[in-house]
Write a protein that binds this ligand. Sequence first.
Ligand SMILES: [Zn+2]
Length: 424
Amino acid sequence: MRIRPVTLVLCMVLLAAVAAIAVIAPGTMEAKEKLAIELAATPTPTADVRSMLQVTIDPRNTPTPTPLLLKLGAQNDEVRRLQQRLKELGFYTGEVDGQFGQGTQASVILFQEQHGLTADGIAGEGTRTRLYSQSAQTFIPTPTPAPTPASLLKKGDQGDDVRRLQERLKELGYYAGSLDGDFGGGTEEAVRLFQRQNGLGVDGSAGKQTFALLYSEGAKQVTITPTPDPNTLPILVNRDHPIDEDFEPRHLVKLTNVVPSSVAKIKGSDIEGDRTAVNALIEMLKAAHADGVTNWQVSAGYRSYRYQQKLFDQQVQEYRGQGFTQANAVSATRQTVADPGTSEHHTGLAFDLTVPGTIFKGTPEQIWLHKHCWDYGFIIRYPEDKEKITGYIAECWHVRYVGLPHSQDMRDRNLCLEEYLDVN
Ligand SMILES: [Zn+2]
């Protein structure tokens, strides 16, 4: 076997090194063992140091985001939002303070149990997705059996039967008022909401059918519309975007039940509106009163598809009576009455505001409305300078609730709804 010179040189170097260690280091076995242990403990150097550095500075090598787990001890805005939602649904009764304490944990567990989720008290992705969905149920307490009163209960009634009715409506989440045994506007709204959400005829009085369902296993908990998300764009209803024939707003309230008579006259006891929009309307009109502008009337609100059909047909008949042909009567009607399905009033988000006994245009109310409605989530839906775009002759009395910040944004950029939705 031939030994190559290179190997020979290496062997000599190695021998020299061993000799050097033998000379320098103390010749005890103990020291040699120590050295061996230290050498073994030293990490093996990485072959390529540059590759390590590259890993560190590679911009693509960002850490995987940790999924947001809200649990005991957490404290932030997301916890606040969680508490707010749990409260809306009746699972949480504590303070909305953004601090995930025992109470929040207990209500998360209640929510999870009722929805068939792992009841660990931690609000992870799964729990929160369910919580903010339309299918989130309200808290179901232990059902209470109660007797059915012999007679129909309606607005104006008083007594223990009414109190029991309020109690049951409260358990199911429909009623938030006091259990005073007094069947007022608030109780009527609760009965109407129960009837609407449980597929009964909506009349606001509690008769046999309503009572039977109210105390049955089939009584549904109230479905609460989630807090409106300001990022959601407003719904567009016009001739090109008709609403479905079966569309019905989720939570209609009767204006006479919720708008104080000192705030506005309600023309007709049947005028209804979407709860959120009506609340904004009340706030707006109260602000007008504070400014000394007080003579308000609500002339129109929610209209069903069928009702709009009736209005349309009536107007066509009127033109026919004036000698118009059918085609001309229809096209003339379209100038002022929306085709069924194309009226914003179907959404429950539009109202016609007037001053009793006079033309609205030019009144202090009209001037105030056009200046301030934007700050309360309303827009002037059919302005004069947008007739070509909206397709409607200006209606200075018709306001539409779109919510904040959309209304202010539309004012600041002078956009009507069609333009706003196109440019967004
Ligand atoms: Zn209108």
